[in-house]
Ligand binder design. Sequence first.
Ligand SMILES: Cc1cc2nc3c(=O)[nH]c(=O)nc-3n(C[C@H](O)[C@H](O)[C@H](O)COP(=O)(O)OP(=O)(O)OC[C@H]3O[C@@H](n4cnc5c(N)ncnc54)[C@H](O)[C@@H]3O)c2cc1C
Ligand SMILES: NC(=O)c1ccc[n+]([C@@H]2O[C@H](COP(=O)([O-])OP(=O)(O)OC[C@H]3O[C@@H](n4cnc5c(N)ncnc54)[C@H](OP(=O)(O)O)[C@@H]3O)[C@@H](O)[C@H]2O)c1
Length: 456
Amino acid sequence: MSTLPTAAIIGAGSSGIAAAKALHERGLMFDCFEASDRVGGNWVFENKNGVSAAYRDLHINTSRDRMQFSDFPMPRSLPDFPHHTQIAAYFDAYVDHFGFRDRISFETSIERAEQRADGSWRLTDAQGKGRVYDMLVVANGHHWDTRWPEPAFPGADRFEGIQMHAHRYRDNAFLAGKDVVVLGMGNSAMDIAVESSYVAATTQLAARRGAWIVPKYLFGKPLDQVNTLPKIPHWLSGRISEAIVRLHTGRPERYGLPRPDHHFGAAHPTVSGRILDRITHGAIAPRPNIAQLGPDWVQFADGTQVHADVVIYCTGYRITFPFFDEDFLAAPGNRIELYRGAFVPGNASLAFVGLLQPLGAIMPLAEVQGRWIAEYLRGEYHLPSPRAMEAHLRREGARRRRRYVASQRHTIQVDFDTYLYDLRRERRRGAARAAAAGRALPVPARAGRVGEGAPA
Ligand SMILES: Cc1cc2nc3c(=O)[nH]c(=O)nc-3n(C[C@H](O)[C@H](O)[C@H](O)COP(=O)(O)OP(=O)(O)OC[C@H]3O[C@@H](n4cnc5c(N)ncnc54)[C@H](O)[C@@H]3O)c2cc1C
Ligand SMILES: NC(=O)c1ccc[n+]([C@@H]2O[C@H](COP(=O)([O-])OP(=O)(O)OC[C@H]3O[C@@H](n4cnc5c(N)ncnc54)[C@H](OP(=O)(O)O)[C@@H]3O)[C@@H](O)[C@H]2O)c1
C-alpha cells in the first residue's frame, strides 16, 4: 500500500494529461476521469463530450514550439501553426509515449465532487458510482461554457434569423449568400469573420472595444517566438511591441476598426494574419458595438443599420465547475482566487491545472503546474501559509487590474515567461520549506481509500 496520497484528476484535455503525466512519472496513485472517449478536449473536432469549440479549419495561434510539452517535441514535420487534427494527434501520442492511458477512465463524467470533513474527496460519476481520493486536481477547461451578451441586446428576442455563439460554429457552409454580423475582437471573431467573408453576401465585424491585431509572423518568426525577457517591465515590452505593430501594419483606425482604448499588452492578444487583408478587400466591414436588433436587421452604436440573417456572438466563455456546489467554489464574473492559478488558500487537498489565460500557450504552463502538484503530493514542496498566499493574491489581483483592460476575459491572465520564471523560484522556496519541515506530507495519505474500493 502506498504511503503517498491518492489523487483524482477531472479532465483529460491537454491540461489534465499534463498533470496525469507528472503524477505518473513521480509514482503517485491517481485516476484521471474524462467525459469523452478520447484525450485532447477542445482539440478534438466534434468531440463526443459535446463541448469542443474546434471548427473545421481551426489552426493553433500559439506556435508549435511554444505550445509543445518540454520533453515531447511536436514533430518537425508539422507546420508552425498546425491544424487541430494534428494537435489532437499530438496529445494522443503524448499519452502513449509516457504510458499512462490505463490511468484514464474514459466516458466517465464526474457529476459531483464533494469534500469531506477530513479534506478527502468523494467523486460521483454520471452512472452514480462513487470513489474517494485524498486530493482533487481540476482540469475541466475554461473555454467551453459560453458567455452571451448580458443583458441581451434590445430586440434580440425579435430577431428572426440565426443567433449563435462562436462555440457552435463549425464551418462557413451555412453562411453562403447570407448577411452576417460577427461580434467581438478576440481570436474567435477574427477567424470566423474571415471565414464568413469568403462565402457570405456581407460580413460585418462589430466590436465594443478596439484591439491591437498582431500578425502570426514578425521578423520571419512566429510572433510568440520573438524573445521576451521576464526582467523587462511589461509596460516597456508593451510599448516596444506596440511600436513594432504600428510600424508593421499601422494603427487599427487606419482600417476603420475602433481605436484601442489601451496600450498593447493590456489585453489578451488578437492574432490574425488575414483579417486586415479581408477588410482592405472590402469583404469585411468594421462596425461599432451592436445597439439593437430588429426582425431582420442589426443597428450599431453609431446608428447605422444593416440587413442581417445571422449574428455570431464571439463573446467569450465563463469559468464554471458544474461538479462543485456553488457555495463551495464558483467563479462569478470569471473571478477566482487561486494562488499562482492553482491552489485555494486554506484548502490543502484541492488544485487546478490550466486555469490560466496566458499571453502564450497554456500547455507548457500546465506541464509545470503538474510537476509542482506532484512535488507537493510527495512532500517535496510546501505551500506558503494561507495568509501569505492571500497577501500574494491581493498583490497579484491589484497588479492584474492595473495592467489589463477591465474585462471578464482578463481575470486569469498571466505572462507566459514571467509565470514560468516566478513558479520556478517559488518551487525552490517551497522545497526549502518542505526540507525544514522534514518533508511531511501536506495531504495525508489515507490507506485503503484508493479509487474504486473506497468507503463512501
Ligand atoms: C477556438 C479555440 C482555439 C484555441 N486556440 C488555442 C491555441 O492556439 N493555443 C493555446 O494555448 N490555447 C488555445 N485555446 C485555449 C484552450 O483552452 C487550450 O488550447 C486547451 O484546450 C486547454 O486545455 P484544457 O485541458 O485546460 O481544457 P479542455 O481542452 O477544454 O479539456 C477539458 C477536458 O475535461 C473534460 N471534462 C470537463 N469536465 C469534466 C467532468 N466533469 N468529468 C470528466 N471530464 C470532464 C472535457 O471532456 C475535456 O476533455 C483555444 C481555445 C479555443 C476555444
Ligand atoms: N486560432 C486560434 O487559435 C483561436 C481561435 C479562437 C479562439 N482562440 C482562443 O480561445 C479563447 C477565447 O477566445 P474568444 O475570442 O472566443 O473570446 P475572448 O478572447 O474572451 O473575446 C471575447 C470578445 O467579445 C467581446 N465581448 C464580450 N462580451 C461582449 C458584449 N456583451 N458585447 C460586446 N462585446 C463583447 C470582448 O470584448 P472586451 O475585450 O471588451 O471584453 C472580446 O472582444 C482565447 O484564449 C483565444 O485566444 C484561439
